[in-house]
Write a protein that binds this ligand. Structure first.
Ligand code: S3P
Length: 170
């Protein structure tokens, strides 16, 4: 069982992923964390020193390495992961993709409160962030919507996801 959680920054991929992996008793991977482990750099430093293009190459490579670590896992992607280097096709060919579809207003509220560690949106004013998020979501949605399941994720529960996956609740 390979589950990929997909969605924009702030959509809850990591916190939901951890809970889901716990409920399914499989390993949890967070792709950003794996990138930081493998490169021994944090994400903002990679962006700053090497730029987004190199980050996307590293991201694609470490996605593939991480997938090879285990047969069964829940993996939380970064917000841009599905949109580069055929990553979406790759994940879809191997497992189950779930898009956490969170309303833009909610995302904005969350990201305004916490944008640390997210180089694409640090140092933006509220207005800039709003415009940036709207623009990015409209570009990225076509990738996100290729997911097998689309979950209205404003208030998702683990039980709801397990049901979606036809996974027997214990
Ligand atoms: C990014 C999202 C981040 C991280 C990087 C780029 C993006 O992950 O991969 O800062 O392009 O949306 P989260 O979605 O976990 O914040």
């Amino acid at each position: 069982m390979k589950i990929f959680l997909i969605g924009f920054m702030g959509s809850g991929k990591t916190s939901l992923g951890k809970k889901l992996a716990g409920a399914m008793q499989v390993q949890f991977f967070d792709l950003d964390q794996k990138i930081e482990e493998y490169t021994a750099k944090d994400i903002p430093t990679i962006f700053q020193q090497q730029g987004e293009g190199v980050f996307r190459q590293i991201e694609a490579e470490i996605l593939r390495k991480t997938i090879d670590l285990n047969q069964h896992f829940v993996l939380s992607c970064g917000g841009g992961t599905p949109c580069f280097h055929q990553n979406m096709e790759y994940m879809k060919s191997l497992g189950t993709t779930i898009f956490l579809d969170v309303d833009q207003e909610i995302l904005l509220g969350r990201l305004r409160k916490n944008n640390s560690g997210r180089p694409l949106i640090t140092k933006m004013s509220d207005d800039e962030m709003k415009r940036f998020i709207e623009g990015q979501i409209s570009e990225r949605r076509k990738y996100y919507l290729q997911s097998k399941y689309i979950l209205n994720a404003n208030n998702p529960t683990i039980a709801q996801i397990l049901k979606l996956l036809n996974y027997p609740e214990k």
